[in-house]
Design a protein around this ligand. Sequence first.
Ligand SMILES: C[S@@+](CC[C@H](N)C(=O)[O-])C[C@H]1O[C@@H](n2cnc3c(N)ncnc32)[C@H](O)[C@@H]1O
Length: 323
Amino acid sequence: MELPSYVRTVTEELSLGYSISELRKTSAELTDKYRSNIKDGRRLAVSDRDALVYALVRMPATFGAVYSALSCASEGMEEDIRSVFDAGAGTGAAGIASAELFPVEELVCVEREASMQKLGQTFYKSSGHQCLRKADWVSSDLQSFETDKKRDLVTASYMLNEMSESDRKASVLKLWKMTDKMLVLIEPGTPEGYSQLIGARETLISAGANVSAPCMHSSKCPLETDDWCHFSVRVQRSRIHKQIKNADVPYEDEKFFYMAFTRVPVNNYGERILRHPVTEKGRITFKLCGKNGIRNITITKKQKEAYKALRHAKWGENAGVFD
Ligand SMILES: C[S@@+](CC[C@H](N)C(=O)[O-])C[C@H]1O[C@@H](n2cnc3c(N)ncnc32)[C@H](O)[C@@H]1O
C-alpha cells in the first residue's frame, strides 16, 4: 500500500527546505507528544514543520489503515458513496482514500490545526480527483462545528483518541447524526484504540446504529478481556521516511482497528479472520469471529472447495460461510 504519487511529490519537494536532522528532531518530538498524549484535547501537530513530518512519517500508515478499513467496510454495500465528511482530517488521508475507492462528488474536511489543513489542501490541489480539488476545508473544532446536512460517508481516523472520554462520546453521537449511510471510525490497533472503539460501538448501538464491520453481529464482543481485535496493513516506506526513522526495512506494518456503522442493516454474513492464518503443509488454520463467537478451524487440502476458496484469504477478510 502506498500513498498516491502526487502526495509523495509534494512532501519530497517541501522536505528540501529542511535538513534530515531537523526533520528527525521534529519527528522525535512529535512521537513524544503522541506517546505522552493525555487525551485532554490538547494540540499536538501545530507548526508547518510538524505537519510536513506528520505527512512524511505517519500519513502513509494512516492512509493505508483508512483505505483497508473503508474497503472492508464497504464490501456488500449496494449504494454508492457520493458525499463524504471527514472529521479531524489532518493532512487529508481519509479524503484521499475515499476518493480512490468511491465515486465521491462532495467532500467536507473539518480540521482545527491551520498547518495540517494547509498541507492537506496542497495535496488535494495537486490531485487528479475533482472532489479533492474542490473539497471544502473547515477550520474548526469538531465540538463547535454545526451542520444539518448528512453525508453518505462520515469518517474520523486517528482522531478520537486525542479527546477526553466525554468529548469522544459526544463526538461519536454527533458524527452519527451527520451520517446518511455509513460511519467509519479508525484508531491505532492497540488495546486502547480497541477499547475506545468498543465504547463507541456500545454508544452507537444504543443510538440505533447497525454494526456492519468488522463484527458480523451486534452482540457483545466475544474476545477474552486480555485480547484485542485489530488488523494490519503493510505500507511502503519512502527513502526519506527511512532516513528520518533510521530504518532499513522498506516497509512497515501498521496495526489498526476500525468500526463501521450503517443506517440500513447490512447482510453481514460469514466470519471475520482474526490474525494471520497459519499455513502448514496441506492445511491452513484460521481464527474466526462470527455470530456464534470465536472459533479456530483448520481446512485441509482434502476439503477441496473450502481449501481453494480460502487458501489466499488474509487477516481481516471475511472468510464467508462454511462448516
Ligand atoms: C493524528 S491526526 C489524524 C489525521 C488524519 N485523520 C489521518 O488519519 O491521518 C489527528 C487530527 O485530528 C485533529 N483534531 C483533533 N481533535 C480535533 C477536534 N476536536 N476537532 C477538529 N480536529 C481535531 C488534529 O488537529 C489532527 O490533525
